[in-house]
Design a protein around this ligand. Structure first.
Ligand code: E4P
Ligand code: PEP
Length: 331
C-alpha cells in the first residue's frame, strides 16, 4: 500500500488551498460553538462514485454558496467510504472500479486527486471517517468529519476522532440511541494513546490532544428524532452529561424514513424550530445529487445514469437549490 507521504507528494495541497481548509475549519468551529450565527449545511451525494459528476456537483454548490453565504455556510459531502449494514459496495476508496476488484491503493489515489481538485473549486469538504488509517492519507483535506451511526460506539473511532483537526459530529445509533454519541463526544475530548500509522506508513504509537469541537448528529433511528420534543430530550441528555448542547440534524436516513423526498419536511421543521427560538441546532445534512433517487451500484458502468446516487437515494439539484434558498430566505 502506498504511504501517506508518497500519496501527498503525488497530489499535494498548495499553500493557498491549505489556507482555505484552515479558514473553513475555523468558521465551522465557530458555528458549532455558537459564535458564528450562520447555519452549517453539509450537502452532497450519499457517496461519490464518478469523479466528473462530483466536480460538476461541486461547481454548482460553489456558485450557490456565494449567493447564500451571509446566512448559510455550505460544505460539500464527499463520502468516499460507506459503512454497510451487511454487504454492499463500500465506497470509492474500497472499490474504485465498482467490480469487486477492491483496488484500495488506486481508490486512495483517485480519492486524493479528486479532493484536491474539489478544494481548488473553492468549496470546503466533509466526509465520514471510517477506516482509522484514512485520516493520515486524506485528513488534511477535510473541514468537517462525521463518525457514523454504526461506529460511534467504537473505541477505535473515538480515539481517531480525538486526534482529528476539524470539528467532528457523532451520530446517534441506527436504533436511535443517543447515549453512544454522547459518550463518544465525551471520550473524544480527551487525549488518547493508541497504535496507528505515521506518514511513512510505519506502525507507530499515536498520541492525540483531544477534540473539543465534538457535537451530536440526530439522524433518526427506528423513527425520526428531529421534532422539538426529540431535540429537547437530546439537549437535556447532553447537558446532564456535562456537554454543551450543539446539534446537527441529518435530514436523511432515519429522519426521512429513508425516503429522500421527506428531507424537505425535515428542513421545514428545522426552519420552524429555529424561528421559534431554538439555539442548539447548528446545522443540517442533506443527501443531494444532480438527479434524484438512486440506482444499483452493481449495474454495468454503461448502464449507469449520470449524477444519480449508487447508495442512498438523494434529492436532485433543482430541489436542493430550492430548499437552500428557502432556508436562506426564512432564517
Ligand atoms: O448512507 C448510506 C447508507 O445508509 C449506509 O451506508 C448503510 O447502507 P446499507 O444499510 O444499505 O448497508
Ligand atoms: C452512512 C451514513 O449515515 P449513518 O451513519 O447515519 O447511517 C451516511 O451519512 O452516509
Amino acid at each position: 500500500m502506498i504511504t501517506p507521504d508518497t500519496l501527498k507528494k503525488l497530489f499535494p495541497l498548495s499553500d493557498a488551498k491549505k489556507q482555505l481548509v484552515i479558514e473553513s475549519r475555523k468558521i465551522i468551529t465557530d458555528i458549532i460553538h455558537g459564535s458564528n450565527p450562520r447555519l452549517l449545511v453539509v450537502c452532497g451525494p450519499c457517496s461519490i462514485h464518478d469523479k466528473n459528476a462530483a466536480i460538476d456537483y461541486a461547481q454548482r454548490l460553489q456558485t450557490i454558496s456565494w449567493e447564500l453565504k451571509d446566512k448559510i455556510y455550505l460544505v460539500m459531502r464527499v463520502y468516499l467510504e460507506k459503512p454497510r449494514t451487511t454487504f454492499g459496495w463500500k465506497g470509492l476508496i474500497s472499490d474504485p472500479y465498482m467490480d469487486g476488484s477492491c483496488d484500495v491503493e488506486a481508490g486512495m489515489q483517485i480519492a486524493r486527486s479528486l479532493l484536491v481538485e474539489l478544494i481548488s473549486i473553492g468549496i470546503p469538504l466533509a466526509t465520514e471517517a471510517l477506516n482509522p488509517h484514512g485520516p493520515q492519507y486524506l485528513g488534511d483535506l477535510f473541514s468537517w468529519v462525521a463518525i457514523g451511526a454504526r461506529t460511534t460506539e467504537s473505541q477505535i473511532h473515538r480515539e481517531m476522532a480525538s486526534g482529528l483537526s476539524m470539528p467532528v459530529g457523532f451520530k446517534n445509533s441506527t436504533y436511535g440511541i443517543l447515549t453512544t454519541a454522547i459518550n463518544a463526544i465525551t471520550v473524544a475530548k480527551r487525549s488518547h494513546r493508541f497504535i496507528g500509522i505515521n506518514q511513512a506508513g510505519q506502525v507507530t504509537l499515536l498520541q492525540t490532544s483531544g477534540n473539543l469541537d465534538g457535537h451530536l448528529i440526530l439522524r433518526g433511528g427506528n423513527k425520526p428524532n428531529y421534532y422539538p420534543h426529540d431535540i429537547k430530550n437530546c439537549t437535556d441528555q447532553m447537558i446532564s452529561a456535562g456537554l454543551s448542547p450543539r446539534l446537527i440534524i441529518d435530514c436523511s436516513h432515519g429522519n426521512s424514513n429513508h425516503d429522500y423526498r421527506r428531507q424537505v419536511d425535515v428542513v421545514q421543521s428545522v426552519i420552524a424550530q429555529i424561528k421559534a427560538g431554538n439555539n442548539s441546532i447548528r446545522g443540517i445534512i442533506l443527501e443531494s445529487n444532480i438527479y434524484s433517487g438512486n440506482q444499483s451500484a452493481e449495474l454495468p458502468k454503461s448502464k449507469m445514469r449520470y449524477g444519480v446516487s449508487v447508495t442512498d437515494s438523494c434529492i436532485n439539484w433543482n430541489t436542493t437549490q430550492h430548499m437552500l434558498r428557502r432556508l436562506h430566505s426564512e432564517l
